[in-house]
Design a protein around this ligand. Structure first.
Ligand code: GTP
Length: 356
C-alpha cells in the first residue's frame, strides 16, 4: 500500500526551532516526529511512502535514506517552490502504484486505525475518505459535517460559527484516479480549501471515517511539547519510541544528576545534561542541551546545545539551538529565545502573552 507524507511546510508557528530543522524532523520523544509516523504507517500495512518535501528537503533524505532501515521503501519528491497541500499530493502522483493511497499530514500525532479507514474507503467506494475527529472548539479547524451514512456534506474551514464538532484530522485515503483528475499539476493548491469543496461540488462521494482516538496537531510549541511527553509516557503508543514508556526518556549519553528531578514525560536528548537540584517537568531537551543546577524547566523546549543557567526558571518557553541563558533569569509563558542568543546572569524576567 502507498502513502504520501506531506512534510513541505515552513512550520512558522514553531519558530525558531524550525529555522534549522523542518517541523516533522524535530525530535519528539527522542526521534524525529516523522519516524513515529512512518512506524505507525508500517504497522498499518503501508510498505511504500513518498515524502512530499519542500522546506529543507535534504534533511529528510539524510536521515531516512531509502527507508530500508525502517522496513519501508521511501522516495522523495521535492517542490522547488511550495505547492501547498493539494499541489504537494498531486506532485508525487507519478510515484504511486496502487489504486488507493493514504495521505498523512506530517505534523499530526494520532492513534486512529489507518487500516480500518482504508477498509471503510474500499467498502464505500468513495472518491476520498477523510479521518474526522471531534474537538471541543472546532473554530481553528476545518469543520466537516456528515449525514447519517457518514457522507461529507460540506467543508467549512476555520468557521467562527461551527455547525459540528467533527473536524478534518489530516489523514485521507484517495482513489488515485481522483487525485490525478481533480488536482491540477504544477499548481499551488490547498486540498482543504480547493480540492475537497470542488470534488463535493462535482457530485463525488466524500466519506467521513470517524474515530475518537488520541489526536493532536503538533503545530504550536505547546502542542509539540504535549505530544512529545504523551509519546514518552505511552499515552499515545509509538513503535518508534526509543525505550520503554515512562516518566522520562533518556537518550544515549544523557547525563542526569541523581539529585535532579526529571519527569512528566520529559525527553532528554543524547549527550544532554541536567545538574543537581534541577527540576525538569514535561519538557523536551534536544541533544546536547544543558540544564544547570537548580534550574526549573517546565512545559518547554530547550534546543540543541542550548544552556539554561543555574537557578533559571523556564515555563512554557522555546529556547533555540545554541542559545545560552545565564543564571537567575525567569522566562515564562510563550517566551522564545532565538538560536545562539546570549542572555546574561539575572537580567531577564519576561512573560509573553503568546500562549501558543
Ligand atoms: P505553519 O507554518 O506553522 O502553519 O506550519 P506548516 O507550514 O507545516 O503548515 P500546516 O501546518 O498547515 O501544514 C500541514 C501539513 O502540510 C504539514 O505536514 C506540512 O509540512 C504540509 N505542507 C504545508 N504546505 C506544504 C507544501 O506547500 N508542500 C508540501 N509538500 N507540504 C506542505
Amino acid at each position: 500500500m502507498d502513502a504520501i507524507l506531506l512534510v513541505g511546510g515552513q512550520g512558522t508557528r514553531l519558530r525558531p526551532l524550525t529555522a534549522s530543522t523542518p517541523k516533522p524532523m524535530l525530535p519528539a520523544a527522542g526521534v524525529p516526529f516523522t519516524a513515529h509516523q512512518l512506524a505507525r504507517a508500517r504497522a498499518a500495512g503501508i510498505d511504500h511512502v513518498v515524502l512530499a518535501t519542500s522546506y529543507k528537503a535534504e534533511v529528510f533524505e539524510g536521515y531516512f535514506g531509502d527507508g530500508g532501515a525502517f522496513g519501508l521503501e521511501i522516495e522523495y519528491v521535492h517542490e522547488t517552490s511550495p505547492l501547498g497541500t493539494g499541489g504537494g499530493i498531486r506532485n508525487v502522483a507519478s510515484r504511486l502504484r496502487g489504486d488507493d493511497v493514504v495521505v498523512l499530514n506530517g505534523d499530526v500525532l494520532d492513534a486512529h486505525d489507518i487500516a480500518a479507514q482504508v477498509a471503510q474507503h474500499r467498502a464505500s467506494k468513495a472518491a476520498v475518505t477523510l479521518y474526522l475527529t471531534r474537538v471541543e472548539d472546532p473554530r481553528a479547524f476545518g469543520c466537516v459535517p456528515v449525514d447519517d451514512d457518514g457522507r461529507v456534506l460540506e467543508f467549512r474551514e476555520k468557521d467562527p460559527n461551527p455547525v459540528t464538532d467533527l473536524v478534518n484530522a489530516g489523514c485521507y485515503v484517495f482513489r488515485r484516479d481522483v487525485l490525478e483528475g481533480a488536482i491540477p499539476a504544477d499548481t499551488v493548491v490547498s486540498v482543504e480549501r480547493d480540492t475537497f469543496p470542488a470534488l463535493l461540488a462535482g457530485g463525488e462521494r466524500l466519506q467521513g471515517y470517524v474515530e475518537e482516538a488520541y489526536w493532536l496537531d503538533l503545530g504550536t510549541p505547546t502542542a509539540f511539547v504535549r505530544g512529545s511527553c504523551d509519546l514518552v509516557m505511552g499515552v499515545v503508543p509509538s513503535p518508534a519510541l526509543p525505550g520503554p514508556p515512562g516518566q522520562r526518556l533518556l537518550l544515549a549519553g544523557a547525563d542526569v544528576s541523581p539529585e535532579a528531578t526529571v519527569d512528566g514525560g520529559t525527553a532528554v536528548g543524547a549527550g544532554a545534561y541536567v545538574g543537581p537540584g534541577a527540576r525538569v517537568h514535561g519538557s523536551v531537551l534536544f541533544d546536547g542541551a544543558v540544564v544547570r543546577p537548580n534550574a526549573v524547566v517546565s512545559g518547554s523546549v530547550v534546543g540543541r546545545d542550548a544552556v539554561v543557567g543555574t537557578g533559571t526558571v523556564l515555563d512554557a518557553v522555546v529556547v533555540g539551538d545554541g542559545a545560552r541563558i545565564g543564571s537567575g533569569n525567569e522566562l515564562l509563558r510563550g517566551a522564545r529565545v532565538f538560536p545562539d542568543a546570549r542572555i546574561g546572569n539575572g537580567v531577564v524576567r519576561f512573560s509573553s502573552d503568546r500562549t501558543s
